[in-house]
Design a protein around this ligand. Sequence first.
Ligand code: ACO
Ligand code: ZN
Length: 346
Amino acid sequence: TTSTMGITRVSNIRKIHMANYEIDTWYISPYPEEYSRHRILCICEFCLKYMSSDYVAQRHALKCQYRHPPGTEIYRHEGNSIFEVDGAKSPLYCQNLCLMAKLFLDSKTLYYDVEPFMFYVLTENDDKGCHFVGYFSKQKVASATTPPVAPAITDSPGSSTSHETISTTDPITNGSAHDGTNGTATTATSSSAPAEPIPAVRNNVSCIVTLPTAQRKGYGNFLIDFSYLLTRCEKTVGTPEKPLSDLGLASYTNYWKHTLCYELRKLRNSADPATEISIDTISQTTGMTLDDVVFGLETLGFLVQTPQKSYTLQIDDRVLDDIIAKWESKNYRRVHPEKLLWVPLT
Ligand code: ACO
Ligand code: ZN
């Protein structure tokens, strides 16, 4: 039972019947009352229409014209596609999608006001059609906030465990790095005078869901990676809308960790060993916000605070290699950026 502004809503829905699956629901979703009365809600896997009985669903299946989500197919590779669905152009589909997603989302989400959002729907394809696996939504025009200024990190070339120092006190006066613990820190990134304008920060994901039947197979990670690919095409940086659910935080933390490991390894192996590692650079090449980069580095244990209240970046190559090897051993499908057919709206 959920209570909104004094109205108590009761829902009996415990399962959804979709394609050949009966899926246990996790939370209450505000389906119209006549549908909430049923224990099992039937959902068409192609148009996401909700129906009160198998009989109605079977009749619908005979005449449903959809074999894939509406909108534009912007990615197709190895049996998976991603469709970009405009909330303004396909409001009914997107409302059905939001209502279904709410069955697995604890936090308040939108259901009917879908126009300001784009929906990126991931499918598994076969000769019968493109079957829904998961999605994320993204606000079309988000209010941009002025991003914080990156603390500077300096790289210590040549050492397997490097000690890089960043200052995180006052971003305005932060123009020089403190010396690292091993005394090999070189020049600092002067973050107050960046070479290129720092892009605006926006939410690159509003809500993200993988159907429970498809979870823990790497699809959530695939969707997250795809959201950052779009963000990089937009030449900006992005972060998921808060609050994150526990599962959202687990998935994002995992993504940030291995993405940072790949990026750090790339920077360490770059032609010029003196290449400076700065949070700005990592943020711009990954599309992650400065805060998320710092959070990821801290989670990896690579960011260590010194008594002088500055931070030292200590990259342990063994940890880095272990995380990458462990991730690759899962053999989850990866996003192939060259398969994306998409240009940003603005
Ligand atoms: N427990 C622990 N770690 C997890 C879990 C879990 N249940 N789910 C994901 N992770 C971490 C793991 O490291 C996992 O790798 P592993 O499975 O090899 O251990 C890694 O994330 C990648 O998991 P995926 O298989 O890619 O993720 P999945 O397809 O299961 O989708 C998602 C993750 C979308 C969060 C899914 O759990 C879901 O739909 N949950 C319900 C809705 C929700 O909470 N969405 C996020 C809300 S926050 C927001 O929308 C911005
Ligand atoms: Zn249908």
